[in-house]
Design a protein around this ligand. Structure first.
Ligand code: GLY
Length: 575
């Protein structure tokens, strides 16, 4: 009962927020549509209401979760260009209703001509911005290959049916939200600086963008049309591929036609772990997300966090101590498993986890300078991204996170093709000891090599309870992805929150180095802050952390979709 009352109050809050907030989108809130949605026969939660609607319409036409995923992915490339993409990559976790799990790694790859020192100058120093801006920042995109591969194996509706809504959105346009208007205006100078012909960049407007403006993307519509007509070769060969390579050659890019033709996404065995009786499935390398999340959850099992409370000094201190150790391991040991022997078993080993727990002082912060990654001798065996969650009426579930790395990727639009290229090369370690844009460190495990995938933090996750689907969860947020997913899970399982409460709850984050706790404004009160500081923690307030879009199966079997209030994210369900 308490559970339902809490949910109702949250629903009312979201109705008030959206109607009084002056949203000019046509998306009205109702019990099955909004920041919180509850329904029995399917649920879609994405970063944008238009993309959510595309997924929902596909489910209503009888499509399954994978069909909806493909539709949503292409729709996000149109209506959410800061992260939705054709020019990026990502990870899919798929749980079939019979309990079988599949995960697909469609992360970008380093081009064939990439090399370890490619972002260093003659003195061996990292050239500022070169892995972030411009043509040279891009890896070979994987999204289109990933979507088509998943559709070929699991899709039920024709590809054309799934892409057509996105073509329409690109050709006829859609009304942008106020957040998007602000965002496009903010990045205008970056778009101008990084594109040879700004007049052709659809996100650049003479004057200022305003909420409700129509965004039409004709070149993008044609690219989507080529994919619809020719499948994989509509992107990796022919006109689109030639336009990508021409764009590379117009600057200092190194992606070739051969790189595009050779790109292949890869099926991976998911990382699995148990947490307080729940079974957790998450992404294997080339993402660090699954290993780091399961390490965090296994560490957490050693502490009665539910008894300590959600944002108490004791809980935040323990989470921080766990996080600094997990991120130290990440920096040293994680990289693309096709190129680097990732010690998965050792990192998740119960004795190793217990060793880490024993290093934690319950009342004093550890100096990150003193925290080392796991010693290899002990091994037994050789911010901008977007996430969406989908469950169909048969109980198939998709958890998918995709990215072009930072907002609007390299800021380079492929001229004539209308889409943005990623700046994922920055996720490699350009030089040991030099942090990337998220402050993350790395070494040999994540060094640049031709055709290697750069290490990711994306953590699309699916959780089971008693062998049944329980939660579908994930988020954008660069290095904070892992800790945001971790906290969302704790919020539900340890702290008894509804899905919407768990998603809305303020977040905190620590990543070993830099050695401070990042917090969202209002994450905890002054007394908690003082207690943490007395233990030796440094605390820094920052802008919002993550945009979690998640679905929970409630005890009565209904689905609670939760769209993060920090963005335009939207949940919709089928009654
Ligand atoms: N580009 C962010 C990540 O993959 O973690």
């Amino acid at each position: 009962m308490k559970h339902h009352l809490k949910l109702l109050s949250l629903t009312l809050i979201s109705v008030l927020f959206l109607t009084c907030g002056g949203s000019k989108t046509e998306f009205e809130t109702s019990p099955t549509s909004g920041k919180t949605a509850v329904a029995n026969n399917g649920m879609v939660v994405t970063a944008h209401p238009e993309a959510t609607k595309v997924g929902m319409d596909i489910l209503k036409q009888g499509g399954n979760a994978v069909d909806a995923m493909v539709g949503v992915h292409f729709a996000l490339a149109v209506v959410y260009p800061s992260a939705g993409n054709l020019g990026g990559g990502g990870f899919m976790m798929y749980r079939k209703n019979d309990g079988e799990l599949f995960s697909l790694d469609f992360r970008e790859k380093a081009p064939g001509n990439a090399y370890e020192d490619m972002y260093l100058d003659e003195n061996g120093d990292v050239i500022p911005g070169e892995s972030l801006y411009g043509q040279k920042a891009s890896g070979v995109p994987g999204s289109v290959d990933g979507m088509l591969k998943a559709h070929e194996k699991f899709g039920s509706l024709p590809l054309a049916t799934l892409i057509e809504p996105s073509i329409k959105l690109a050709k006829k346009g859609f009304r942008i939200t106020s957040k998007q208007a602000r965002n496009y205006n903010y990045f205008k100078d970056d778009f101008i600086k990084n594109n040879r012909n700004p007049k052709k960049v659809t996100l650049i407007k003479e004057g200022q963008w305003e909420e409700g403006d129509l965004l039409v993307q004709k070149d993008l519509a044609e690219t989507l049309e080529r994919i619809k007509q020719n499948g994989r070769s509509g992107f990796y060969q022919g006109k689109t591929a030639e336009l990508i390579v021409a764009e590379m050659n117009a600057g200092n890019g190194i992606i070739t036609l051969e790189d595009l033709e050779n790109y292949n996404s890869a099926w991976r065995t998911p990382i699995t772990g148990n947490f307080r009786g729940y079974k957790v499935y998450s992404m294997a390398p080339s993402s660090s997300g699954g290993i780091a999340l399961v390490q965090l959850l296994k560490l957490s099992e050693h502490f009665p966090l539910s008894e300590y409370g959600s944002k108490t000094a004791k809980t935040v201190h323990l989470m921080t101590e766990m996080e600094r150790r997990v991120y130290a391991d990440r920096a040293e040991h994680l990289g693309d498993s096709d190129f680097w022997d990732v010690p998965v078993k050792a990192l998740l080993d119960d004795d190793y986890i217990a060793e880490r727990v024993a290093q934690i002082d319950p009342s004093k912060a550890t100096d990150s300078g003193e925290v080392r990654a796991m010693e290899l001798d002990n091994i037994v065996e050789g911010e901008e991204t977007t996430h969406y969650s989908i469950v169909d009426n048969m109980g198939n579930a998709i958890s998918l996170t995709t990215t072009i790395n930072s907002a609007y990727g390299s800021k380079v639009f492929v001229e004539g093709a209308g889409f943005l290229m990623n700046n994922e090369m920055d996720d490699f370690s350009a030089k040991p000891g030099v942090p990337n844009v998220y402050g993350l460190l790395g070494g040999a495990a994540n060094s640049i090599q031709p055709e290697k995938r750069m290490l990711s933090a994306m953590t699309p996750t699916i959780i089971e309870k008693d062998g049944q689907l329980f939660m579908v969860v994930g988020t954008p947020g660069g290095s904070t992805i892992i800790t945001s997913v971790y906290q969302t899970i704790l919020n539900v399982i340890d702290h008894g929150m509804t899905m919407s409460e768990a998603v809305s709850e303020k977040r905190v984050h620590h990543q070993w180095k830099p050695d401070w706790i990042s917090i969202e404004k209002g994450a905890f009160d002054d007394a908690v802050r003082a207690e943490l500081e007395a233990m030796g923690h440094v605390i820094k307030e920052r802008s919002s952390i993550g945009r979690v879009d998640a679905i929970l199966v409630r005890p009565d079997g209904s689905l609670e979709g939760a769209a993060d209030p920090r963005g335009d994210d939207w949940a919709m369900g089928i009654e």
